[in-house]
Design a protein around this ligand. Structure first.
Ligand code: GLA
Length: 389
């Protein structure tokens, strides 16, 4: 019999403590519809939260220690709150534990009065390493649980910022704020149009179901990590591009600045900049097109985004390109890789009556190329972090 991640988190808590949790909180993974590698350039993104969630069952302790357990790993990690120091602890605990402990550490900064110890048990059905922000889901659930338990009164944007601090400074992944904001702010059947400079967020109805569409995730099963290599290098290229162009961030350039950028920048840096500048414009165009013409009309923008990531930003892999091409050949409205790249998942927007054909075409194309079979599933835009019980 399959069990839900909420039930697993509760059961693990009881196994750990012999008691019932005081509460259960959860936060979702996300799919980014469009706007990739724009968040840390102060630009625009348009992601939505998905129904896959991470659950945290929490109970307080009589002492001042924090203990975390998860269904990812049999190891249980316990630390005194006063010893919770990052990045010093990073190499002392298993990687998964840096996420919940990093969130606790980030919340405790400047809050010496908080001394209530906690036990946390974590379970999730967000696929890990698939580009669906399993990390933001843990951060959002733990941040929400501790915020309520410790009575900190932080709002959703502040909790997203705590998650990002944990990810950047405790885990050591130099990511932007898109994933944490989406996990905190998600809404059913809607995406979040986010300005990553001001953090102004607008909820925009997607209307996929009403238009007879569904969104397929094609998890290539090629695992990626953002704490290493390519992601960091892309970020450095963007910073170099912005400083050479004399602007605080690439957000401050428009497509009209690209001819000058081409004169001033080396070829690789120019192409990185062109991706970010055109991608920001594609986010604005997607939001406008969706509002004026509906979701059927955004396909070409998704396809252009993929081409830009493949050719200019160079973060795609053959499995992602194959997924996108096969989905489009089988009649998808649009398709693109989603998330940080170097593996992970592609998305395809498809009419209900083409979904089966698209799944079959992608699976056959993977077999023909000798790739590991992809995991293909539909996602539904869903609500953000919440207390479940
Ligand atoms: C990862 C990061 C995000 C964002 C995307 C790329 O998901 O966590 O902050 O930079 O990559 O758009």
């Amino acid at each position: 019999m399959s069990t839900t991640p909420e039930a697993s988190a509760r059961a693990l808590f009881t196994e750990l403590t012999g008691a019932e949790p005081a509460g259960v909180w959860s936060s979702p993974g996300r799919v980014n519809l469009i706007g990739e590698h724009t968040d840390y350039n102060d630009g625009f993104v348009f992601p939505f939260a998905i129904e896959h969630r991470t659950f945290v069952a929490l109970g307080t302790r009589a002492d001042d220690r924090i203990r975390v357990a998860s269904t990812f790993d049999s190891e249980v990690v316990e630390v005194a709150l006063s010893d919770l120091v990052f990045p010093a602890l990073r190499d002392e605990v298993p990687e998964w534990a840096t996420y919940p402990l990093g969130v606790a550490w980030a919340l405790l900064q400047g809050r010496d009065a908080v001394t209530t110890g906690v036990d946390l048990a974590i379970a999730s059905d967000v696929p890990v390493g698939a580009g669906l922000s399993s990390s933001a889901a843990i951060e959002g659930a733990v941040a929400s649980a501790l915020n309520d338990t410790w009575g900190l009164g932080l709002d959703r944007v502040a909790l997203a910022q705590i998650g990002r601090t944990a990810e950047n400074e405790a885990v050591g992944a130099p990511t932007g704020i898109m994933d944490q904001m989406t996990s905190m702010l998600g809404r059913a059947d809607a995406a979040i149009f986010l300005d990553c400079r001001s953090l102004d967020a607008e909820v925009v109805d997607l209307g996929f179901a009403a238009a007879g569409l569904e969104l397929l995730v094609i998890d290539t099963q090629v695992k990626h990590s953002h704490s290493t290599g390519g992601y960091r290098e892309r970020r450095a290229s963007c910073e170099l591009g912005a400083s050479t162009m004399g602007v605080p961030a690439l957000r401050d350039l428009t497509v009209d600045d690209l001819p000058r950028a081409e004169e001033l920048l080396d070829d690789v840096t120019f192409r990185r900049v062109r991706h970010v500048v055109t991608e920001d414009q594609r986010v604005l165009d997607t939001v406008r097109t969706l509002r004026e013409q509906g979701p059927e009309a955004i396909g070409d923008l998704l396809v252009a985004s993929h081409a830009s990531m493949r050719d200019d930003f160079e973060i795609s892999v053959p499995e992602l390109d194959t997924a996108v091409e096969a989905a489009l050949s089988a009649g998808a409205v649009g398709a693109r890789m989603t998330g940080g790249g170097f593996g992970g998942a592609a998305i395809a927007l498809v009419a209900h009556d083409r979904a089966e054909a698209v799944r079959d075409a992608v699976t056959s194309a993977f077999t023909a190329s000798g790739f590991h079979a992809p995991h293909i599933f539909t996602v539904t835009p869903s609500e953000g972090a919440r207390r479940d019980s």
